[in-house]
Design a protein. Structure first.
Ligand code: 4NP
Length: 159
């Protein structure tokens, strides 16, 4: 089982979008029993809240299921539970690293680090920009490439 946690600041805009998009891709590939997916925020303001309406609207537009998304805050234990911790931007990545007290082996990377085509590796925050459509396309590219990477890893394990 490979465990993937998407992380942003509030866990209401970018990381739940990534969770839903990645879940959809993984399901379409029949890998839902092999890859476990979750999301969390570095901040605590939105614990227990559903995704932002902008995230809900964009997921609906692209026919991606958004059921069951509820915000939570990341904690130190997540760093030993998950194989991949996927930050949306550099600030998230720094905040996650600060929680890594046990020096766990979780790979803490930004989503767009998996892509070649985007020069700026930070996913802009639509809570401030209002541009959920732009974020969707970045998240989709990142999730496609992340899945390719994980599939390569799974093939190596099988060999
Ligand atoms: P997210 O966006 O990190 O993509 O979920 C934000 C949501 C809420 C806040 C900031 C960013 N906030 O300050 O409440």
């Amino acid at each position: 089982m490979i465990k993937v946690l998407f992380v942003c600041l509030g866990n209401i805009c970018r990381s739940p979008m990534a969770e839903a998009v990645f879940r959809d891709l993984v399901k379409k590939q029949g890998l839902e029993d092999t890859i476990q997916i979750d999301s969390a925020g570095t901040g605590s303001w939105h614990i227990g809240h559903p995704p932002h309406q902008g995230t809900k609207n964009i997921l609906e537009k692209f026919q991606i299921n958004a059921d069951g998304l509820v915000a939570r805050q990341i904690n130190s234990e997540d760093l030993s539970k998950f194989d991949y911790i996927i930050a949306m931007d550099s600030q998230n990545q720094k905040d996650i690293e600060k929680l890594n007290k046990l020096n766990s082996k979780a790979r803490v990377l930004r989503l767009l680090d998996f892509t070649d085509q985007h020069h700026d590796k930070d996913v802009p925050d639509p809570y401030y920009t209002g541009n959920f459509e732009q974020v969707y396309h970045l998240v989709k590219d990142g999730c496609d490439q992340l899945l390719q990477q994980i599939k390569k890893e799974l093939r190596k394990v099988e060999e």
